[in-house]
Design a protein around this ligand. Structure first.
Ligand SMILES: O=C(CO)[C@H](O)[C@H](O)COP(=O)(O)O
Ligand SMILES: [Fe+2]
Length: 249
């Protein structure tokens, strides 16, 4: 197995007012990547409505917004880049990822992961532009999207370099891990032994074993890391679980 573990604390759970210090703290505690969640603004009262997230997510998706939340954008990435050389693993939960490629590249993003649900028509052009802008392309899929939808993007002439399997409905940190998503991870790992496979949502000490056993090597963890009394211990536990499940040979 040639894939290596990448532990990526989700900065969505950090103190945004102290982002540079939070980033440094995570890197010092052993983080490989910093996961940056870029989300679009929802309709008003989005958070409350999102309590009914299944219905609301489909409303958002059919409308202008990908998720019922608003987080950060390229200006924040640009500011953070001045304070860290860490790999910034950017997860774009937006309906129009193409519009953000140039600005994210200039801002200093390292990885640019877009959602397959909004890129069925133009993913080849999108992947080429991401590469030209100096970033590593990745594709993400929502829980109700079949895994087969990303196969062409992994196998195409301009392939993505990572698949992000959402293990919660995108939009918010602190949700419950969906174990049924491990079927997707297993299918991807079986088909692509050297691919970076990232899992995102609800990962922590109680769910890492399932994800690692299924073959995930890139682990996003927000609330379980930032909410822990000793975040460094959680980071190293996540890494050990991936290493044990997939020893690097
Ligand atoms: O993409 C995301 C939400 O859409 C976040 O990366 C994810 O939820 C991480 O947070 P947590 O580990 O707390 O679930
Ligand atoms: Fe994310």
């Amino acid at each position: 197995m040639v894939v290596s573990p990448k532990i990526a604390p989700s900065m969505l759970s950090s103190d945004f007012a102290n982002l540079a210090a939070e980033a440094k703290r995570m890197v010092d505690l052993g983080a490989d990547w910093l996961h940056m969640d870029i989300m679009h603004l929802a309709l008003s009262k989005g958070y409350l409505v999102s309590r009914y997230s299944r219905v609301y997510n489909s409303l958002c998706y059919s409308g202008r917004h990908f998720v019922p939340n608003l987080t950060i954008g390229a200006p924040v990435i640009e500011s953070l880049r001045k304070h860290t050389s860490a790999y910034l693993d950017c997860h774009l939960m937006v309906t129009n990822p193409m519009d953000y490629v140039e600005q994210m590249g200039k801002a200093g993003a390292s990885g640019f992961t877009f959602h397959v649900e909004v890129a069925k028509e133009n993913w080849q052009e999108l992947v080429s532009k991401i590469r030209s802008a100096g970033m590593r392309p990745g594709v993400a899929l929502k829980p109700r999207t079949p895994v087969e939808d990303v196969y062409p993007l992994v196998e195409g002439e301009t392939p993505v370099e990572m698949v992000l399997v959402m293990t919660v409905e995108p939009g918010f940190g602190g949700q419950k891990f969906m174990p049924s998503m491990m079927d997707k991870v297993r299918a991807l790992r079986q088909k692509y032994p050297t691919l970076d496979i990232e899992v995102d949502g609800g990962l922590g000490p109680s769910t890492i074993e399932a994800a690692a056993a299924a073959g995930a090597n890139c682990i996003v963890a927000g609330s379980s890391v930032f909410g822990a009394p000793e975040p460094g211990k959680v980071i190293s536990l996540l890494r050990t679980s991936v290493e044990k499940a997939q020893p690097i040979t």
